[in-house]
Each structure stands twice: as structure tokens, then as C-alpha cells.
Design a protein around this ligand. Structure first.
Ligand SMILES: Nc1nc2c(ncn2[C@@H]2O[C@H](COP(=O)(O)OP(=O)(O)OP(=O)(O)O)[C@@H](O)[C@H]2O)c(=O)[nH]1
Ligand SMILES: [Mg+2]
Length: 424
């Protein structure tokens, strides 16, 4: 019963005349929705600086109380990360449950995490967030009971009311250890792929920009097996796990494409750290595609947030294509258009757009391919299979001595098959 009531929330924020306050609040409402709660009221206050003890000024607290009663709301979600004492004071004054932006994002991640790795990462982040907020007594931390507004009952499991700081710290190191083991397995997989020399591309960007839709579009265009598509939805943080898929192009070139977790303004620092290993796919990629929701008036700020987050993750030196998506929603915008070598305007739902994106990816990944003719004796026939499987074969003739084969190959293959080269 209580849980149903807790899903009705008020959202609130203190504006210090920030340029992006309005869109921040809209985003907060979206986050609330993504956490399966309903916004029934909205409170804003213009202050030079938020109040140290209670975030809002005292007059505003009365307004909030009234609005909460009128709308039967028992939870207040605020747009900033509050200090533990601010949360405590507000809960006491308002007789409401308080959830700050960080707590809300952590809650979404906790409810949405699927894989063991994502679950462990999110749980570490949550425990780090809770550590300074541990409380004893009757108002004790709702989140730990699993029945709070933030976290659904399933998931993290650490439900004891009085979990001591030490227990939490132990739990964190245990989870870190578990994560290490999982990471080793991932690294092995990555190393295998690297040995196979298949170039890798990672889709990165702000949450809801269209990364998963782009991935699925490319899969539908080039892969017969459409069971490999990933989850896409108009919801913040639809994707929490990295998925890697092979894209095989008609000319036999192939690359691996990964879909990754989206970023958001004020992404909790605990999560940035937690997701570093998930984003290892992006860090090790040969090329990043930054997907941008071009139809969002705030897209430039979203690019900044993405770049800042990538930088915080130590991902700085990977070449990037800026893919301005959802052009179909932007009036008077022509698409698909390659605006420069590293920029395109497109729609992930449009196949001509996906073809253009593929061309740009191909140009970047396979720039060092050259046309080479090999003469391969029958005894070395396995190399004929090798070339047919792995490269774009342009011509193939069978002669008395063996196979004459012309293919587009990279420097490694040229070296590997150097003995058989006839013309370059
Ligand atoms: N009109 C239009 N909608 C799009 C386009 N690309 C994506 N969308 C929609 O945008 C929403 C978000 O798409 P996703 O692909 O799930 O976004 P994402 O970047 O993977 O988001 P997260 O996983 O949350 O980080 C979905 O409702 C898509 O249908 C596009 O080119 N045009
Ligand atoms: Mg996604």
C-alpha cells in the first residue's frame, strides 16, 4: 500500500539562474518517470545560493508542504545532490521522504541492472553513496530496507537496517573483488577479439540519444540474424550493459560494434567510477561514434557532458565521428548529409542514413587497405580460404599453378602473405 503512495512525487529545484535549469528540471521529471514514479507537482525557487540547512528557503517549505497535501505526495525529489544533513532536515520539516538527483539515478540503475557485472557496479556505487548517509534510529535509511521509493525490493539485498559502516566497506571490497573476476573474463574476450584483428567501433553519448537504435538499424541492414538486436526505448538509461555485435558488410569487411550506457548531466561520481570497466569497450575501440539527439534544443550541452564524462573515464585519444541523430524530427533539416569527414546529420531510423554512417565508418577503419594480387599454390590453399573469409576479394582465377587472387588487404595481411604477392 505504502509503496503505491510513494510513487507520487513532487520535484523541486533551486535555480541560481543557471542557463540550463529549465531543461535540467525537465530531465529530472524524465528521470522520475524512468524510476516508475509520477510527478504530481513541481516547485522551483530562485536563490543566489541554496540554503545550507534545508536547501529551499523556509517560506518555500510551507508551499511544498501544502502542495504535497493537496496532491497526496509523500516524496520530494530534488534536482541537486544534497548533503546528508540537508536530507535529514528536510525530511523532518516536511514529513516527506527525500530523494536527491544522485539517489534517484542510482535507484534507476539499481532497478534496471541486468547482468552480474552491472549489478555489482551499481551496488558499489549505491553503497558508496549510502556510507556517509547511514543513520541509526527510526528514521533510518529507507534505501537499505529495499522498500523505499528509490529501490525496488529486488536487487541489492543488503536490507539490514543497521548495517554498520564497516559491514558496508567489507561489502564494497567483496563486490570489487567479484567485479575484478568478471573483468578478467571480459579482458580475455577482448584480447581474443584483438588477436582476431577485427576493428572495433563503440557508440557513445548522452542517454536517449539513439545509440541502441543506431546499433539495431545497422544490425537489420547487414545481419540476417535479427535476434541479436538490443533494447531501445524512449526512456532515460534504457541501456546499462555494453553489448558487442559483429557487423559484416557486403564486401566482407567486418567490424565489431558496441552499444554502451548513456551519460547524463551530473552523473554521480560513484557511477562514473563504477562504469569505467563497462566502458572499457569504448576505451579500447578504434573509433567512437558519438550519437547526439540533434532534435533536442540542448544538444550542445549534451555533447559537452559526454566529452567531460569520457575524459573523466580516461577516454581521450580515440578518433570520433559526431553523429547528429533524429534529424527527421528537426524541421527543415536535410539528411543524411556528411557535413565533414567526422560529422554527419542522420536519422537512425532511416536506411540511407545508416548506409552513409557505414561508409564513414568504413573509410575511417579501413583507410590503410590496399589492392594486392597474390598467387597462391594449391599446397597453401588455406590462405585462399583465409582471404575469402576475411577480406574483400575483387578477383579470383584458378591457374595450373594455383589461385590468382586480388583482394583489399591491410598491412598485417600483406606481411603475412608476403611470399605470395605478385603485384601491388
Ligand atoms: N524520430 C526518431 N526517433 C529516434 C531516432 N533514433 C532514436 N529514436 C528514438 O529515441 C528513443 C531513444 O532511443 P535509444 O536508441 O533507446 O537511445 P539510447 O541512446 O540507446 O539511450 P540509453 O540506452 O538510455 O542511453 C527511442 O524511443 C527511439 O525510438 C531517430 O532517428 N528519429
Ligand atoms: Mg540504449
Amino acid at each position: 500500500m505504502q509503496e503505491i503512495e510513494l510513487t507520487k512525487v513532487l520535484i523541486g529545484g533551486v535555480s541560481q539562474n543557471q542557463a540550463y535549469f529549465e531543461s535540467d528540471m525537465t530531465e529530472l521529471a524524465e528521470l522520475v518517470k524512468a524510476n516508475k514514479m509520477t510527478v504530481v507537482g513541481d516547485i522551483r525557487q530562485n536563490l543566489e545560493r541554496s540554503v545550507a540547512a534545508t536547501y529551499f528557503g523556509s517560506g518555500k517549505l510551507l508551499d511544498i508542504r501544502q502542495l504535497a497535501e493537496e496532491n497526496d505526495a509523500h516524496t520530494l525529489v530534488v534536482n541537486d545532490e544534497l548533503s546528508p544533513s540537508q536530507i535529514r532536515n528536510l525530511e523532518q520539516e516536511l514529513k516527506m521522504t527525500l530523494l536527491d538527483r544522485t539517489g534517484l539515478i542510482l535507484a534507476i540503475f539499481a532497478n534496471r541492472a541486468q547482468s552480474r557485472e552491472a549489478k555489482a557496479q551499481v551496488q558499489i556505487a549505491r553503497l558508496q553513496y549510502e556510507l556517509p548517509r547511514l543513520r541509526v534510529g527510526e528514521q533510518a535509511n529507507l534505501m537499505q530496507q529495499g522498500g523505499g521509493p528509490g529501490f525496488a525490493n529486488r536487487g541489492s539485498g543488503e536490507t539490514k537496517l543497521e548495517m554498520s559502516q564497516r559491514t558496508i566497506k567489507n561489502k564494497i571490497s567483496q563486490l570489487r573483488h567479484e567485479l575484478k573476476t568478471l573483468e578478467v573474463a571480459q579482458q580475455t574476450k577482448r584480447a581474443q577479439r584483438e588477436r582476431a584483428e577485427i576493428p572495433t567501433v563503440a557508440l557513445v553519448g548522452y542517454t536517449n540519444a539513439g545509440k541502441s537504435t543506431t546499433m539495431n538499424g545497422l544490425l537489420r541492414l547487414f545481419n540476417a540474424d535479427t535476434t541479436k538486436t538490443v533494447f531501445e526505448k524512449d526512456m532515460l538509461f534504457a541501456t546499462l550493459d555494453t553489448s558487442v555485435r559483429e557487423i559484416l558488410l557486403p564486401d566482407n569487411k567486418k567490424f565489431l560494434l558496441s552499444d554502451t550506457v548513456g551519460f547524463i548531466n551530473k552523473l554521480p561520481t560513484q557511477l562514473v567510477k563504477a562504469f569505467r570497466s563497462t566502458l572499457a569497450e569504448a576505451a579500447n575501440a578504434d573509433l567512437l561514434i558519438q550519437v547526439i539527439d540533434f532534435s533536442d534544443p540542448n544538444y550542445e550541452e549534451m555533447i559537452k557532458v559526454t566529452e567531460k564524462t569520457l575524459h573523466a573515464m580516461g577516454i581521450d585519444d580515440v578518433p570520433m565521428i559526431y553523429a547528429y541523430n533524429k534529424a527527421d524530427r528537426k524541421p527543415d533539416t536535410e539528411f543524411p548529409v556528411e557535413t565533414s569527414d567526422h560529422d554527419l546529420v542522420y536519422a537512425a531510423t532511416d536506411s540511407a542514413s545508416l548506409q552513409l554512417l557505414t561508409q564513414m565508418i568504413t573509410k575511417e577503419l579501413f583507410a590503410d587497405l590496399t589492392k594486392v594480387t597474390f598467387s597462391i599454390p594449391f599446397a597453401a590453399g588455406k590462405w585462399v580460404d583465409y582471404l575469402n573469409e576475411r577480406t574483400n576479394v575483387l578477383k579470383q582465377d584458378y591457374t595450373a599453378d594455383g589461385t590468382q587472387i586480388t583482394a583489399e588487404v591491410g598491412p598485417e595481411d600483406r606481411q603475412r602473405l608476403a611470399d605470395y604477392i605478385t603485384t601491388v
